[in-house]
Write a protein that binds this ligand. Sequence first.
Ligand SMILES: C[S@@+](CC[C@H](N)C(=O)[O-])C[C@H]1O[C@@H](n2cnc3c(N)ncnc32)[C@H](O)[C@@H]1O
Length: 320
Amino acid sequence: MADAASLSLPAQDAAARIRAEIDRLYREGVVHCDDGFVKSLYPTSLTPGRGRFLGELARQLAPRATLEVGMGWGLSTLHLLEGLLRAGGPHQPHIVMDPFQHTMLHGGALRAIREAGAANLIEFHEVPSEIHMPKLVEQGRKFDFIFIDGDHRFDGAFVDLVFAHKLLTPGGVVVMDDTEYDSVFLACRFAETNWNYSYVAGHSDRASADAGRHRYRNARPRPQIAAWRKPMADPERSQHHFNSFVDDFSPYIRANRMRSSRLAHAGLVALRAGDREAARRSFRAALREDPARVKNLFRYLRTYLPPGMARLLTGRSKHG
Ligand SMILES: C[S@@+](CC[C@H](N)C(=O)[O-])C[C@H]1O[C@@H](n2cnc3c(N)ncnc32)[C@H](O)[C@@H]1O
């Protein structure tokens, strides 16, 4: 890995320009797109803390080949590129995929990366990861650093992780964002318990007192973004059995919370369809499952307000 002093001037300049673009985006809090669309960076983007974690990890590990799933507004890509430049790279274009970059994100990330002078450092594929990653496997490509922040449902995160596993070199590192979500965390637990991946490091923006919110019996506190290392040799695995990867979850509490959030989701869907009675029933049932989730009490109460007043009180245009 190159130290700061040994970095070439163009690499230092390029890293500084990317840093200036990251700082500008965070300062303004919005992204401007070529078609005039302007949108808040959040909740899509990595926070500065998570971005620092990702960029610093890339700088320290100085990987030679990198891959990223889920570009959003480009913050993760920019942090990664800054880290790679500060480590003397990138040694080949950083591969990024996101199927919705133009349809939903108005090309905002591509513009930010262009403005950071980094367009020539990436190879962008506007396709779903579950389509593009198998192609990379077929081509025999290998990567020593993969960042995943795409489809956060369990099946999406798990499929991404399965292909990341096939694409990673032995000893390579995969970083997953949103590891406080059950879906993402469970996928990572599978990698730990069945592929022998070892935990490298994690980061949480929450104050440590609050980090316990995501703590489960017999489990370590959960970070919001975390890295795992692939072992140097794959473990022997049975065709018929797998190691349980759900042991960390207290079945009672988790089942309760999962049922509660499913019911709350059904309530929101009913509200959007204009069926307040069905929404009330769902929110009431969600509260019975998990009374500590006070948000559902407010959602329930708001179903009695005229829509205009609900908007006025919450400043939201939707009922969530
Ligand atoms: C949370 S955002 C990513 C934010 C980004 N990493 C950042 O920090 O700036 C999730 C992104 O994943 C993309 N995405 C969703 N499904 C995907 C898939 N199947 N393959 C690749 N990207 C996907 C979405 O379009 C969205 O841009």
